[in-house]
Design a protein around this ligand. Structure first.
Ligand SMILES: [Zn+2]
Length: 88
């Protein structure tokens, strides 16, 4: 793969910021609730780390969020809610 840069654009400024937890939840493609990845049949576990709403790495499979194949899906982020443990 090669890239050709025929036009140059100058970036005037970049602004960084933080999203609130509610904004992150609204923007996330999936809520991840388990660290498991694949089931015994080799399929991604829903709401797991390889949830198909986050994109796909398997040729021929379509992303469940955008419907694109691995070559055109840019990937989507999920969110994990922090869990508080009471330790005594
Ligand atoms: Zn996608």
């Amino acid at each position: 793969m090669s890239y050709t840069f025929s036009r140059t654009k100058l970036i005037d400024k970049i602004k960084f910021g933080l999203l609130s937890p509610d904004e992150i939840r609204k923007m996330a493609a999936a809520r991840i609730i388990t660290a498991d990845t694949y089931d015994e049949d080799g399929l991604p576990i829903p709401s797991g780390l390889m949830d198909q709403r986050l994109g796909t790495i398997e040729p021929g499979q379509r992303c469940q969020t955008c419907g694109n194949l691995v070559s055109t899906c840019m990937g989507h982020f999920g969110h994990i809610d922090r869990i508080n443990f009471n330790c005594k």
